[in-house]
Design a protein around this ligand. Structure first.
Ligand code: NAP
Length: 433
């Protein structure tokens, strides 16, 4: 593939996928988008950390970074917020990373992040939420939080099928509804003045999301997967997600999981004591427990009984709320990482979960933790676990030494205030602790 503005490093190789297994060369080419606003400061600090971690972990490996353009930097260069060749580069090189991007207001593109996810069909948004000792937290036991959210990334009301009140499309859609679905139409409280949205949740989309969550949980020796849904109200979207989740679990992982639907069947065919004994034996035998919870109560229980939750699989909107709410327990979005992944094609783009924090642009102040930990996820995804462990060690060391950026400094006592780049130095230093 020929690129116009992207310079492909001559001394690296592509990551490829073979039968679902990533093939990572020793000198992989990895595309990165620096990001807008504070993205520049954050990337400078982060890339030094990534390179140091890889160099300390392996004598014969290094990442060949390849800058690709999106957001303001791309717009200023050539007029497009997301040039085709950037999407092509992520497609060709499989695994990449990006900093935060400005969402253009009044521009032709709704959200660059959503556009990239769509173009590459990155159907999982993976958000690990784990406590790093010393990080200021609003809860009593943040150390109980060790959860991983699998958020479906391509469906739900995020598909953007909406009919704005007062428009011709809205009128036509209401007409269609009134003519063909009069009962449903009569359920709209104020039909004449309603904006209307559509929420598609498919069997295929639910299957692949829950399949990925279960496979990940098995590979990473986790204890349970919880399907989070509001199926009591939205029966044929959220309720079906729950049912399909159990279906794929039993159809494809029958010898590795025990599900609450199995428990329910045994209870109704025999009795509750037998169902409980069956579940206990299955868990003791190392099976993964698949359970479900209603979306409203999950916000309470993940605080009051954090230890009971492990991997959470849910749809787009629930996942959006839930992953930020969980991140708040362990220090907020300033250090929450994320990855958008298609486990079938291997495509993955790791990214900061916060925005561009424009008021701190070029002030070398902000916390690079979210991008740094996204890079840690990227290294783990590549199978470079030793380098990923180095990053965790470095971050834990820097925070335990109370050397932090402004956002943590204002919440900690007796801490030393560091700039973004100084925090990068501290993380690298603590890799040798
Ligand atoms: P934001 O950039 O996330 O910033 C909100 C606040 O969060 C900041 O003012 C700051 O809080 C804190 N914060 C964010 N990043 C931080 C960091 N690295 N270190 C420490 N504190 C950090 O949200 P926004 O101001 O609503 O959005 C700004 C732009 O980013 C918009 O164009 C939006 O569309 C875009 N955005 C992009 C992404 C993405 O690319 N993934 C995600 C969200 C938003 P304090 O003021 O309290 O210090």
């Amino acid at each position: 593939m020929k690129y116009q503005n992207i310079v492909v490093p001559a001394d690296g190789e592509k990551i490829t996928i073979d039968n679902g297994i990533l093939k990572v060369p020793d000198y992989p080419i990895i595309p990165f988008v620096e990001g807008d606003g504070t993205g520049r400061d954050i990337w400078r600090a982060s890339v030094r950390i990534f390179n140091a971690a890889v160099a300390k972990a392996y004598s014969n490996r290094a990442i060949r970074w390849m800058e690709v353009y999106a957001g303001e930097k791309a717009f200023n260069r050539g007029g497009s917020w997301l040039p085709d060749e950037t999407v092509q580069a992520f497609e060709e090189f499989l695994v990449g990373i990006k900093g935060p991007l400005t969402t253009p207001i009044g521009g032709g593109i709704r959200s660059l992040n959503v556009a990239l996810r769509k173009a590459l069909d990155l159907y999982v948004c993976l958000r690990p939420v784990r406590y790093i000792n010393g990080v200021p937290s609003p809860v009593k036991h943040p150390e109980y939080v060790d959860m991983v959210v699998f958020r479906e990334n391509t469906e739900d009301i995020y598909t953007g099928i909406e009919f704005e009140y007062g428009t011709e499309d809205n009128r036509r859609f209401r007409e269609l509804l009134r003519e063909h679905f009069p009962e449903e139409y009569s359920k709209i409280r104020f039909p004449e003045t309603a904006g209307i949205g559509i929420k598609p949740i498919s069997k295929e989309g639910s299957f692949r999301l829950v399949r990925a969550a279960i496979q990940w949980a098995i590979d990473n020796k986790r204890r349970n997967v919880t399907l989070v849904h509001k199926g009591n109200i939205m029966k044929y979207t959220e309720g079906s997600f729950r049912n399909w989740g159990y279906e794929v679990a039993e159809a494809e992982f029958s010898d590795k999981v025990y599900t609450w639907t199995q428990w329910e069947r045994t209870r109704s065919e025999k009795d509750e004591a037998t169902a409980n004994a069956e579940q206990e034996a299955a868990i003791k035998g190392g099976r993964l427990l698949i359970k479900d919870v209603i979306a409203d109560i999950v916000f309470q229980q993940t605080i009051t009984r954090a230890k009971e939750f492990d991997v959470l699989a849910t749809m787009n909107l629930n996942g959006d709320y839930l992953s930020d709410a969980l991140a708040a327990q362990v220090g907020g979005i300033g250090i929450a990482p994320g990855g958008n992944i298609n486990y079938t094609t291997g495509h993955a783009v790791f990214e900061a979960t916060h925005g561009t924090a424009p008021k701190y642009t070029d002030k070398n102040m902000v916390n690079p933790g979210s991008v740094v930990l996204s890079g840690e996820m990227l290294l783990r995804y590549m199978g470079w676990h030793k380098a990923a462990d180095m990053i965790i060690k470095g971050i834990e060391g820097a925070i335990a030494a109370r050397t932090v950026t402004y956002d943590f400094h204002r919440l900690m006592e007796n801490a030393v205030l560091l700039t973004c780049s100084e925090f990068g130095d501290a993380v690298i230093q603590h890799m040798d602790d």
